[in-house]
Ligand binder design. Structure first.
Ligand code: DC
Length: 224
């Protein structure tokens, strides 16, 4: 494998990006970078400090004061704000329903993108997000745009929540996902969009290992 290769996996909420990205990274011994977790961490900190989420300046000021660490442990990736473990806290409903607003600010995005580029370094990383192929790593050797129908994405989130023992409602999840898609794709700065040179994979009828396998094959071809 080409050691300089980065892999970008973008797509709407719930398409399976993070699970697929984790698997691909594991199998290629690449670093997995969950960029959504970084926006979630900032959202969590902003809610906790009662910061006005419509104010990009205030959010940027807060972001400048915090270090977001993605710590790779045997049990998975743990997310820290400075010393505090926020891995579970960033997955609550409150954070999920506010993260699109927080991530819509240009000031916030520019700073996050800089951090993400540093983390990706010269290669051997798999990044998942919304703007990796279009903005964060426009030169990534492999770009994947992962989609699935809204119904299927809601169903997967529902199952995921059930497994975690979190109470949820399928219709509500479907509405939330559709709303996040709308916000993420229509924001002015670096919206969710397929890069022209990205390979689109519809995962509606594919399993996670099947999608990961497809991406690994593509990565191997590109590395030649
Ligand atoms: O992948 P996720 O659901 O954890 O992402 C949470 C939110 O963060 C998502 O609704 C949009 C935003 N996001 C973004 O704007 N750009 C990224 N690269 C990753 C996530």
């Amino acid at each position: 494998m080409n050691k300089k290769m980065n892999i970008a996996i973008d797509g709407p909420a719930g398409a399976g990006k993070s699970t697929v990205a984790k698997l691909v990274a594991e199998q290629l011994s690449f670093l997995y970078i969950d960029t959504g977790a970084m926006y979630r961490a900032l959202t969590y900190a902003a809610l906790r400090d009662a910061i006005d989420l419509t104010n990009g300046q205030s959010l940027f000021k807060l972001l400048s004061k915090i270090t977001i660490i993605l710590k790779h442990e045997k049990s998975g990736v743990r997310v820290f704000i400075n010393e505090e473990d926020v891995t579970d806290a960033i997955r609550t409903k409150d954070v999920t329903s506010n993260v699109s607003l927080v991530s819509s600010h240009e000031l916030v995005r520019v700073e996050m993108v800089e951090r993400q580029r540093k983390l990706a370094g010269n290669g051997q990383a798999v990044l998942d997000g919304r703007d990796i192929g279009t903005f964060v790593l426009p030169d990534a050797k492999l770009k994947v745009f992962l989609t699935a129908s809204v119904e299927e994405r809601a169903r997967r989130r529902f199952e995921e929540q059930q497994e975690k023992g979190i109470d949820s409602n399928l219709d509500q999840l479907k509405d939330d996902i559709a709303r996040r898609d709308e916000l993420d794709s229509t924001r002015e700065f670096a919206p969710l969009k397929k890069a022209d040179d990205a390979v689109e994979i519809d995962s509606t009828t594919l399993s996670i290992p099947e999608v990961a396998e497809l991406i690994i094959e593509l990565a191997k071809e590109r590395a030649m």
